[in-house]
Design a protein around this ligand. Sequence first.
Ligand SMILES: [Zn+2]
Length: 224
Amino acid sequence: MPRLRDSGRVLNPSTSLRDAGQGTGLSVPFSGRDLLDADDGPQTFTVKCHIKILAQPTLDLEDMIAEMQTIFDTADVRMEIASRQNLVGSDFTDLLDLNVGQCAGNTTTEQNDLFDERDDAGDDDLVIYFVRSTVPAFNGCGSHPDDQPGCVVAQGASLWTLAHEVGHVLDLPHISGEQDQNGNCVSPNFSRLMTGCSTNNITSTPTLSSGEIDTVQGSDYAQE
Ligand SMILES: [Zn+2]
């Protein structure tokens, strides 16, 4: 069975930054000092992320980032946003609606072209590309070329797609036991980040299991 790295289509959850902030353990409203301390990070591990935007996501990117941090806090991992850049111009027009094939590990020519855009990202840094859509239409895709770690997030993604795709890059597969032999989601678990039955169906901050936490901490991209 192929290791699916997509997360379905449609969406519509929402959450407030205040809710997301409360999930981090910071007091609300934040003080500047709290933010500085949070940014320095008490966490043991760091994953450096570079964000490149071809198309702005529909939901607030800051909320997506806050949710991702809340989830990976449970794995003692700080998600450092090391750089942000807009990718505009004719070079990127053809990549706005990015062909990701089946998004099952192998990458397409279009993915290879896009993932070549790493600028000064380090070898173990993740580069996260926000596109208008994927073809076929998924919320995102965690497949990437060897030695170019990163993922793609579509404009219509859910609040948790970013964290889910980053989870794939950090070696997490979909959880087991959700689908029958035909791939139908007969017993989905939307309390888990790595549900294979679409991040659209998650309704509140999802969790990582202890085994998933071990995997993330052992990833090549989680730096101590
Ligand atoms: Zn997935």
